[in-house]
Design a protein. Structure first.
Length: 448
């Protein structure tokens, strides 16, 4: 049995920003103590929305005031909203009026908005989690929509994280299921990191890997407990999500926590995707992306890349201009049309580099295959876990279609500079084969 407290202690010792992480049952009353110890003599600005104010914000606010801490509050009144720059600016305006330490009471959106506002004011902040729904609590990046484009802005993670597992357990079940899906997404993301490591573009950071991946399977091993709302199971889930964020702090990158599966979610966000008139959660969108990439890994692992014709691949490798033209055509009707050409320009490699990358894959395929088989869950296994926990098991569960996911897969390969599995497939001239096996007859997402 893994000692999660010890692992958290080790992680905090390596973290660049987060110094305190406290979680347990009925612990909201220690918020004033943590605030005074870490922000002595400072004023507080409690930031929440209508729901998180009821869940924990009011109690946190009252506790701070009762402890003699000068405290203001800012409560968003919208029924639902995403992390958009304009809302972070509103928090910033409050900080301009009365300088204070933000105390974010909420989950992904509230935390990211406060994270950006605090960063732009060059101050630390504290977060009180209300749902085990995302891994962004402790990450050193804020996932923000700016000018219509979803982007990760490098910021400081919270100095203090407080989570009451009773509050977390009382969150809507779909939020907890979304957090489970977001944590499970690290399974295929880790596999893609292995590919990027062999490519030499993003070497695996051993400390970050140890913090998260060595214990990741155990942290998602109790979907039944999570589904039942067991505080202990949800506490372990939240610890896993927090460790994921700290791994990002240690790596100074979101690489430990995301790859292609997250880009499906980014595409849906940037195109304003809704289902039954509602925006879909990050975790649910990522969950369907996770299933898609697991299906792709299933097909990839059936191939024998030790037989790659490297010279043929290099001979047919397109020029940068050709790739820019392809990206421009694919993204021409996208809300941010310049995204594709810009990102493919960043990650384009010349023929000699592609030759080295494919040769490395070819010569190390048997070893890489074994490592990937140990790391990545099959589509069927991941789908069964999601079914138990109440996360989406198919595109239709988030109001999408298999046809749409096939369509946006071409965007996913292009929309971020980070090397993913699809880039390997493009270089190895088996992109169409891989994608068709997932979306074609007999595939996991077979299109009728």
């Amino acid at each position: 049995m893994i000692d999660f407290n010890q692992r958290i202690k080790e992680a905090l010792a390596l973290a660049s920003d987060t110094k305190v992480f406290e979680f347990g049952e009925n612990v909201l009353n220690i918020a004033p103590k943590l605030f005074k110890e870490n922000f002595p003599g400072k004023k507080a600005l409690v930031v929440a929305d209508k729901n998180t104010w009821k869940a924990a914000g009011e109690e946190v606010y009252d506790n701070l005031v009762a402890a003699g801490i000068e405290c203001n509050k800012f409560i968003f009144q919208m029924d639902e909203f995403h992390a958009e720059e304009e809302y972070s600016n509103q928090i910033g305006e409050e900080l301009d009026k009365v300088p204070a330490i933000p105390v974010a009471v909420g989950s992904g959106v509230i935390n990211d908005l406060c994270k950006l506002a605090a960063f732009r004011h060059n101050i630390p902040y504290m977060v009180v989690a209300t749902a085990a729904s995302v891994d962004g609590y402790s990450s050193s990046g804020a996932s923000i929509t700016c000018g219509g484009a979803k982007m990760t802005i490098e910021c400081h993670a919270p100095m203090v994280i407080l989570a009451d597992t009773v509050v977390l357990a009382n969150a809507p079940k779909e939020m907890t299921a979304a957090g489970y899906a977001d944590l499970a997404a690290k399974i295929p993301a880790g596999g893609e990191w292995m590919i990027a490591d062999l490519f030499g573009t993003e070497p695996i950071n051993k400390d970050a890997w140890h913090i998260l991946y060595d214990i990741l399977p155990e942290m998602i091993s109790d979907p039944e407990g999570v589904a039942k709302g067991d505080p202990k199971a949800i506490g372990i889930l939240f610890a896993g999500l927090t460790l994921s964020g700290i791994a990002m702090q240690v790596a100074h990158s979101s690489r430990p926590a995301s790859c292609a599966e997250h880009l499906y979610s980014h595409w849906l966000d940037m195109t304003g995707h809704q289902f039954n008139g509602k925006l879909q959660s990050h975790g649910f969108q990522v969950g369907v992306g996770t299933l898609t990439t697991c299906a792709m890994f299933d097909e990839l692992l059936k191939m024998d890349l030790s037989k790659l014709d490297v010279e043929k691949c290099v001979e047919n490798w397109p020029t940068l201009e050709e790739e820019q033209k392809r990206a421009t055509e694919i993204f021409k009707d996208f809300p941010v049309p310049e995204l594709g050409p810009t990102e493919i320009t960043k990650k384009y490699n010349d023929k000699e580099t592609v030759r080295k990358q494919l040769t490395t894959i070819k010569e190390n395929w048997q070893d890489l295959k074994k490592r990937l088989q140990k790391q990545v869950y099959s589509f069927e296994k991941m789908q069964n876990l999601f079914k138990i926990v109440g996360a989406p098991t198919k595109p239709e569960d988030i109001g999408s279609t298999r046809e749409q996911f096939r369509y946006l897969t071409d965007f996913v390969q292009l929309m971020r500079w980070r090397i993913n599995m699809l880039d390997l497939a493009k270089r190895g001239m088996f992109y169409d084969e891989l994608v068709n096996k997932v979306f074609g007859k007999g595939g996991a997402w077979e299109i009728a």
